[in-house]
Design a protein around this ligand. Structure first.
Ligand SMILES: Nc1ncnc2c1ncn2[C@@H]1O[C@H](COP(=O)(O)OP(=O)(O)OP(=O)(O)O)[C@@H](O)[C@H]1O
Length: 576
């Protein structure tokens, strides 16, 4: 139990101060609670003495008022500190998780499903948020307060004190048994809860497929199983705890009765005054309140502990090596020097060597699955090469910090991701300090100013809301505007394959020209117009460069390029 408490304490990090404050306030709460006993004592003494004066009644009333007010104030501030600590314990972890994920290789996202990470960021950390600080404050605070109360009672009457001590010891024994049992089921419950999140997320992501195959109602088998497991786990937790909680309650009631009986017996044999005997009776009802409060935290202790273990797994993910320097090279030529790369054990790029000179455009063409996207991703170091090296401006990409590397590169993906935010914020995503004028300027160059201005809310339109769904071409132009604003010296462009109407195509072409002017450009090209104007064309097939040259050179050769051009021209996709 102590180890788990330590673990939660370590996890609290910067919030330890607030938890400490909450415990101190809780301690004063317990002191004010004892004023109540003081008030009762005054009344009992007056009754036993047969006093008819009003003074004891006023004294008791004052003590009660102090007790009520004091407890209300202490409780409010203690709860505030506790809630603050719980919230920030989880929030800080979520932020550090975000930072961490930026520094790990993309391969991690292959092996670990998105649901696992979502589960950690949501349900797992929710548990820490709601119970993390509470567990520490109630258990540690409850134990400290019980110890103080017990000491007071021991000084007041050691016999009653020893009985209270025995009751507490029995209660703690049962509590530690329950805590050990819960340690056995907590990790499984944790895993199953994460699986439930994964299943729900997958269902939501695949909703369009489920609908289109008319699988509504059937596609949720995985969720039903996950829900069933979650139900069973929660029931198991309840079933496990119920007998222990019952036994703990019984133990405390039993010792309350024993203290009560002892008080009567001690009074009858003359070793306790009537006033003190009556006080012992009252104490028998109050003495265990704090230890019970500590016990209420123990049932959540292991669950929080395993949530923390689960959340901390993220820290163990190996990061990409971060020893790079802030480099800003003069030239931005890109060199692949005998590069080999595999996804797991599957080789994708084999001995690839190429040079893209500074401020020139290179087009990559090749069959689907030949490794074009992979090759582009190696430049931005989404993955690390297995053999050989990739260099920008003469320096291996591994010599750069990830930040300074990304300063050199802008990427336009075929599947554009726009955040659920305003168009303006989406454009200035990589450049948060850009002014509205700069955003507009980039949008004009990317040929999206007109359609943005035509939207009712203009640049403040929240994407994805109120009918502001954008077409594929519009989204891609927004992502071009984003890159224009970033103004990186290298542009990697995955051209859209979707059929764009001629007007859109024309606009896209203009936007691309604006983006790639005076830059080092690597383009996965699908349209002949783009390919033909490239300074260099690389033909990739099964992870190897099989042809390289200009359009004029390659069209004259037998090979994949000429076949490609002819086939596409026949299919009407490429106009010659
Ligand atoms: N993250 C990944 N994990 C494992 N394998 C991958 C991953 N991404 C791509 N692959 C595999 O690597 C091979 C090359 O993929 P890549 O996307 O680089 O090809 P491509 O030439 O860009 O294809 P396309 O023109 O269809 O987009 C493919 O067989 C693909 O299945």
């Amino acid at each position: 139990m102590i180890e788990v408490l330590r673990k939660i304490w370590r996890f609290a990090g910067e919030e330890q101060g607030n938890i400490r404050k909450s415990m101190v306030l809780g301690f004063f709460y317990a002191i004010f609670h004892m004023f109540q006993i003081g008030a009762i004592y005054v009344v009992v003494l007056a009754l036993v003495d047969g006093s008819t004066s009003a003074a004891p009644a006023w004294e008791a009333l004052a003590l009660l008022l102090v007790s009520i007010l004091g407890r209300a104030i202490m409780n409010r501030f203690s709860q505030l500190q506790q809630t603050h600590a719980g919230y920030f314990m989880a929030a800080n972890k979520r932020l550090s998780m975000g930072d961490k994920l930026k520094r790990i290789p993309m391969g991690y996202f292959n092996d670990q499903s998105l649901g696992e990470l979502t589960g950690i960021a949501t349900t797992v950390l929710d548990e820490v948020e709601s119970a993390g600080a509470m567990v520490l404050v109630t258990i540690l605070g409850g134990l400290i307060n019980s110890a103080v109360m017990l000491l007071c009672v021991l000084f007041w009457d050691w016999r009653i004190g020893l009985l209270a001590l025995a009751g507490m010891a029995l209660y703690l024994l049962l509590l530690s048994r329950m805590e050990k049992q819960s340690a056995k089921i907590a990790p499984k419950r944790q895993r199953d809860e994460a699986r439930l999140v994964e299943a729900v997320l997958e269902q939501l992501q695949g909703m369009s497929v489920i609908k289109s195959f008319n699988l509504t109602g059937k596609g949720d088998k995985r969720i039903r199983h996950a829900l069933e497991d979650s139900r069973e786990n929660n029931l198991a937790v309840e079933k496990l705890f119920t007998p222990y909680i019952w036994a703990q309650e019984m133990a405390l009631h039993l010792f309350s009765v024993v203290i009560l009986a002892a008080a009567v017996w001690l009074y009858l044999n003359g070793s306790l005054s009537l006033a003190n005997a009556l006080m012992a009776v009252i104490i028998s009802f109050l003495i265990f309140s704090q230890i019970q409060s500590a016990g209420s935290g123990v049932s959540a202790l292991r669950l929080v502990g395993s949530s923390i273990d689960h959340a901390n797994q993220v820290d163990g993910i190996p990061e990409m090596d971060q020893d790079g320097a802030q480099l800003h090279p003069e030239a931005h030529d890109i060199v692949f020097d005998h590069v080999d790369f595999s996804y797991g054990s599957r080789p994708i790029l084999k001995d690839v060597s190429l040079t893209i000179p500074d401020r020139t455009t290179t087009a990559i063409v090749g069959p689907s699955g030949s490794g074009k996207t992979t090759l582009c991703n190696l430049i931005a170091r989404f993955w690390d090469v297995e053999g050989g090296r990739v260099a920008i401006g003469g320096r291996d990409v591994r010599e750069y910090t990830l930040e300074s590397l990304m300063d050199q590169v802008s990427m336009v993906f075929q599947r554009v991701y726009l955040f659920h935010d305003t168009i303006e914020n989406n454009i200035k995503f990589g450049c948060p300090n850009a002014t509205h004028e700069q955003v507009m300027d980039a949008a004009k160059k990317a040929c999206c100013h007109d359609f943005i201005s035509a939207l009712p809310e203009g640049y403040d339109t929240v994407i994805g809301e109120s009918g502001a769904t954008l077409s594929g071409g519009e989204k891609q132009r927004i992502s071009i505007a984003r890159c224009l604003l970033k103004d990186a010296p290298i542009v990697i462009f995955d051209e859209a394959t979707a059929n764009v109407d001629p007007e859109n195509e024309d606009q896209l072409q203009k936007a691309m020209e604006a983006l790639t002017r005076e830059k080092t450009v690597l383009m996965i090209a699908h349209r002949l117009k783009t390919v033909r104007s490239a300074d260099q064309i690389l033909v990739l097939d099964q992870g190897r460069i099989v042809q390289r040259g200009t359009h004029g050179e390659l069209i004259g050769q037998e090979g994949i390029y000429r076949n490609f051009v002819t086939q596409r021209a026949e299919a009407g996709k490429w106009s010659l």
